[in-house]
Design a binder for this molecule. Structure first.
Ligand code: FES
Ligand code: FE2
Length: 396
């Protein structure tokens, strides 16, 4: 197979791929590894007693917040006729399908079929490990046996009273790897010239490990004035000349999460962003971004940050809007041109791409195709297979 500069070559990158023609040398066809904790909703979106349907890479998942118990997550597909459970009814600590009323507890076990005896209950649906933290509902969509051992992410500076946190994010129509590249590659300041003026980044080095990499930058202003939004983030006015290259930015990718921190002159970062991009559709051409942007409060005049907050929100939203537009263009270009012909020249992005390739998994086109190839967890197989035979006989 011919490769172009910047291509991910499976053998050299250690890409986890199946043998045969479906080998992915195209990073945009590498799936996000499900064996991590991913936020699938903001806590505020999940109302008590009102199930919420969400997705991870095409897998439908329903989140439930019972009145008195912790949030739980199930496969969003009734074991009876496959209809979504998120249109069902929360009944105590269980979820009752809206069609015939089959009822599932937090473990996914079917505990009631209204027209069957209790001794004839069919199998249930898959349950997912689920946790709530920092205003997010996290689910472990991969192998359930790993949920207890895979570390839960460190969520930036949320929970630290010295910071105020903005929760932001939305659906973005691109593969999650475009988002990773966008955040890591500060050489795209030109894109933000209307918001930021002329800013020149300087690459200060990088460090790498098996499942992480981080890169350092400083910045110099070569034209225009510092925008107020940036001043609100740094807590400092920065001009040109001697003010240049004072502040350090470190962007760390700790698969599958990213963390961007900026230091001015203190030990604590003045900004601490934790962010992740959750694939939505099965082909992973869209993602939902969840960001926790924490800004340090000035030690003495903490209220100043609150006063500047609307400007900061406006500024960061404008930046995000520009980033979103360009990564969506990248995805459309990839689709039109049929492959990833990236000619990457920047060492940090080459390293990042290798990391994303190494830690990802092949994208599986359809669940049944995956099952035939033995790729899906057994738990899924048993959900759909063997469930309904005895019921059909009994209920007929
Ligand atoms: S489809 Fe859910 S109970 Fe029948
Ligand atoms: Fe950007």
């Amino acid at each position: 197979m011919d490769t172009l500069p910047g291509d991910i070559v499976p053998e050299s990158a250690g890409l986890c791929v199946e043998p045969g023609p479906q080998i992915a040398s195209d990073l945009r066809r590498v799936g996000s590894n499900p064996n991590h904790w991913y936020p699938l909703a903001w806590s505020r979106e999940l109302k008590t007693g009102k199930p919420l349907g969400v997705r991870f890479a095409g897998d439908p998942i329903v989140l439930v917040r019972p009145q008195h118990e912790a949030v739980f997550a199930l496969e969003d597909r009734c074991a009876h006729r496959q209809v979504p459970l998120h249109d069902g009814v929360v009944d105590g600590c269980a979820l009752r399908c809206g069609y015939h009323g089959w009822t599932y507890d937090q473990s996914g076990k079917c505990i009631d079929v209204p027209y069957l005896g209790k001794d004839k209950l069919p199998n249930g649906v898959r349950a997912y490990a689920c946790r709530e933290a920092a205003g997010l509902v996290f689910v472990f969509p991969g192998d359930p046996a790993l949920a207890d051992t895979v570390p839960f992410p460190q969520l930036g500076a949320t929970g630290d009273p010295r910071y105020r946190t903005r929760r932001f994010g939305q659906e973005v129509a691109c593969h999650y790897t475009f988002m990773h590249e966008n955040l890591t590659d500060m050489n795209h300041q030109f894109l933000h010239r209307k918001q930021m003026g002329q800013v020149r980044p300087r690459f200060r080095g990088m460090r790498t490990g098996h499942d992480w990499m981080e890169v350092d930058y400083t910045f110099g202003r070569t034209g225009g004035k510092q925008p107020l939004g940036e001043a609100a983030i740094l807590g400092k006015r920065r001009g040109q000349g001697r003010e240049n290259h004072k502040d350090l930015m470190t962007i760390r990718t700790e698969y599958p999460y990213q963390n961007l921190r900026i230091w001015t002159d203190g030990e604590l970062p003045v900004m601490n962003l934790w962010i992740v991009y959750v694939p939505l559709d099965r082909e992973q051409r869209s993602n939902r971004t969840f960001g926790l942007l924490s800004i340090q409060r000035p030690e003495k005049l903490g209220f100043l940050l609150d006063a500047a907050w609307p400007v900061l929100v406006w500024f960061t939203e404008r930046i995000f809007t520009e980033d979103r537009a360009i990564v969506e263009q990248e995805q459309r270009a990839h689709d039109d041109q049929g492959a990833d012909w990236n000619q990457e020249v920047f060492p940090a992005i080459r390293e990042l791409r290798a990391l994303l390739g190494r830690r990802g998994l092949p994208i599986v086109a359809r669940p049944d195709a995956a099952r035939e190839r033995g790729l899906l967890a057994d738990a899924r197989g048993c959900t759909l297979a063997g469930t309904c035979q005895s019921v059909t006989q009994d209920a007929a």
